[in-house]
Design a protein around this ligand. Structure first.
Ligand SMILES: Nc1ncnc2c1ncn2[C@@H]1O[C@H](COP(=O)(O)OP(=O)(O)OP(=O)(O)O)[C@@H](O)[C@H]1O
Ligand SMILES: [Mg+2]
Length: 460
């Protein structure tokens, strides 16, 4: 149960309230107003007791929300979070508000106001004390609110707050000059996972792992590339399982995700914090966007939504690794379009090599040859009857990395562990680490230096 609802277009304010209220706060970003007030009301949670509306909502939007909330949740307390004072009297006259609060108000003022309003709602039978209780799981203490709260006299102060603009000063509306920086005395709720900040100007990399045919080793490579990069850039790597129908990354990693790519592209996840809750953390220091729970749900994801997800995750992560569906469907083409690096995987069967040649030609025709191409021959095997030179001749491009066939690969998958971490000396593990070093030399530790100049796109 989340007693507090915030509808706002300010990410900064949202973050600040989250710090203050933790899991008791439910946020619906104001952007959803584009879809109408009802959408917001549908997303408002089961039983909000206090709604904070604003900042950056206009009069009509606020009015519609106030009316809709009062109808759906009788007795709800309403606070408008608003900076401009000039037209405030109109708002106060025409809307049934309980308080107006400056977005710049100090944290203690905000908490004080919330405490007094909740006391008033309880005293008037509009809510129960338990509604505002902190959920069972322990969460960091909220800052101490000065003074005694909850006396019945506070009831009056809300009327004053609304009726008399002067009274707003006491509630912090004149604290506009205060900085938005958190009060040093405030406790800050620690996020479950740290997303290391990206220094300004850092160029994030999107690494697409693709193959024209199935079963060539895309998922194996994607997982092990992510883990290799995470060694040098812990928690700065996210692996998206964009094999939308039959993705198996979570299974291979023995993860039990509570959210999937379907949640990550849902409208709710336009909120950055909600998006982050759709990620599953792996103990080797990277995050996973798990595949859809069913092929039908995966099918429902539009290529555009996938591209947007990639771009959004680029804003947080240094490396975005994307596992894909075999072939050059619309989704995979979109991912390639957004990739800085593409790893093309094939085995040594002539049919696969020919398919790879066709894929390269098609990408060239479409003008979608990625900036950095890495051609990988997986399951490389002296007994295949072909040499690397033969492979290059069929594909018409140089092979960048050979990954040998190794029983350790399947063993790692069956144990739910990552090969490069569990069996670093295995020849396939070493080869994949070389591939990761080629993609991002700075991130891969203990690398054997590979020659980035061989990122040639020219045919042999
Ligand atoms: N170098 C290798 N040596 C031995 N087995 C391997 C190697 N690479 C991959 N495999 C095994 O081959 C199978 C297919 O690999 P993987 O799932 O990575 O391919 P994929 O391209 O993702 O397949 P799909 O198209 O079905 O998604 C898996 O069982 C994997 O463990
Ligand atoms: Mg796969």
């Amino acid at each position: 149960m989340t007693p507090y609802l915030l509808v706002s277009r300010s990410a900064e304010y949202e973050q600040r309230l989250r710090t203050l209220l933790g899991r008791r706060l439910h946020v619906v970003t104001g952007e959803f107003l584009t879809f109408g007030t009802d959408t917001i009301l549908d997303m408002a949670g089961e039983r909000p007791r206090i709604a904070l509306l604003g900042p950056v909502l206009n009069y009509e939007e606020t009015r519609d929300l106030v009316e809709g909330l009062a109808e759906r949740h009788p007795g709800i307390g309403i606070i408008v979070v608003r900076e401009q004072r000039s037209d405030l009297e109109d708002w106060v006259d025409e809307l049934e508000l309980h308080a107006v609060l400056s977005p710049q108000a100090a944290d203690t003022t905000t908490l004080d106001l919330l405490a007094r309003l909740s006391d008033w709602l309880v005293a008037n039978g509009r809510a129960e004390r338990g509604d505002f209780a902190v959920p069972e799981e322990p969460e960091p203490d909220v800052p101490e609110v000065g003074g005694t709260i909850g006396s019945v006299e506070d009831l009056l102060s809300f009327e004053e707050l609304v009726a008399e603009p002067g009274a707003l000063d006491e509630a912090g509306a004149d604290e506009a000059s205060l900085s938005m920086a958190p009060d040093p005395s405030d406790d800050v709720q620690a996020p479950v996972w740290e997303f290391p900040p990206m220094p300004p100007g850092t160029r994030s990399e999107v690494i697409a792992v693709v193959a024209p045919k199935g079963g060539q080793g895309k998922s194996t490579l994607a997982i092990n590339i992510a883990a290799s990069l995470a060694e040098g850039a812990p928690n700065s790597v996210v692996l998206i399982d964009a094999d939308l129908q039959f993705g198996d990354v979570s299974t291979s990693l023995a993860l039990e995700p509570t959210a999937t790519i379907v949640d990550a592209v849902a409208p709710e996840a336009s909120d950055e914090i909600v998006l982050k809750t759709t990620l599953t953390h792996h103990a080797d220091g990277f995050f996973v966007v798990a595949s859809a729970p069913s092929p039908e749900l995966g099918d429902g994801i539009a290529p555009r939504a996938l591209a947007r997800l990639v771009e959004r995750l680029r804003g947080t992560f240094r490396y975005v690794v994307v596992d894909t569906t075999p072939g050059l469907g619309e989704h995979t083409l979109t991912i390639i379009e957004h990739a800085t690096d593409a790893v093309f995987v094939t085995n040594m069967a002539v049919a696969s090599l020919r398919a790879m040649r066709t894929e390269f030609e098609l990408l060239r025709t479409l003008g979608l040859t990625p900036a950095n191409r890495h051609l990988v021959v997986n399951f490389s095997d002296r007994m295949s009857g072909l040499t690397v030179k033969d492979v290059e001749n069929v594909i018409g491009a140089p092979v960048d990395v050979e990954v040998p066939r190794s029983p350790a690969v399947l063993l790692a998958v069956n144990r739910g562990v990552v090969l490069v971490r569990s069996d670093a000396r295995d020849p396939a593990a070493k080869a994949i680490r070389r591939l990761a070093a080629r993609i991002a030399p700075d991130a891969v530790t203990g690398r054997t230096r590979t020659d980035k100049r061989r990122r040639s796109h020219e045919p042999v």
